[in-house]
Design a protein around this ligand. Structure first.
Ligand code: FMN
Length: 131
């Protein structure tokens, strides 16, 4: 069994990463494997609703979204991590997930169907509940 853990922070080894590694330790104690996936710190386009994913079975933009979709296929659960930016999840992870789920849905991938997921939110002060 493997859980795919997504670090949605622009910091590869920042606070979100630290929190995710704490969660990963808990999984390891239960003999559950984990893999950490960093979305990177390059700009990530939002979904342009072109619907090319219906034919392509993946996103029309070749970036970390398609890398993640390939990995997601063989994972059994997910933890999505993000820092709070201005009271919400940062734009990059929102754009990333918009495209991940739309490409999966339109391409009939079923990569997430009936698989459990959770979130890890890192903040300095406030905004974790809304995020
Ligand atoms: C643009 C920006 C906006 C932020 N907005 C908030 C906020 O609204 N509330 C808060 O508590 N922290 C806010 N923070 C602080 C981060 O959430 C916090 O430092 C977080 O732990 C960073 O995680 P990271 O090291 O994984 O990037 C903001 C940081 C940045 C860069």
């Amino acid at each position: 069994m493997k859980v795919l853990m997504v670090n949605g922070s622009p910091h590869k080894n920042g606070c979100t990463y630290t929190a995710l590694t704490e969660v990963a330790e808990m999984f390891h104690k239960e003999d559950i494997n984990t893999e950490l996936f960093w979305i990177g710190n390059k700009s990530i386009s939002g979904c342009i609703a072109c619907k090319a994913c219906i034919e392509k079975k993946k996103c029309v933009f070749q970036d970390s979204v398609n890398e993640f979709l390939d990995l997601a296929e063989n994972c059994d659960g997910f933890v999505f991590g993000t820092p709070v930016h201005w009271g919400g999840a940062l734009g990059a992870i929102t754009s990333f997930l918009d495209r991940v789920f739309y490409a999966d849905l339109n391409g009939g991938g079923n990569r997430f169907l009936l698989k459990p997921a959770s979130t890890v939110i890192s903040a300095r002060r406030a905004g974790t509940t809304a995020t």
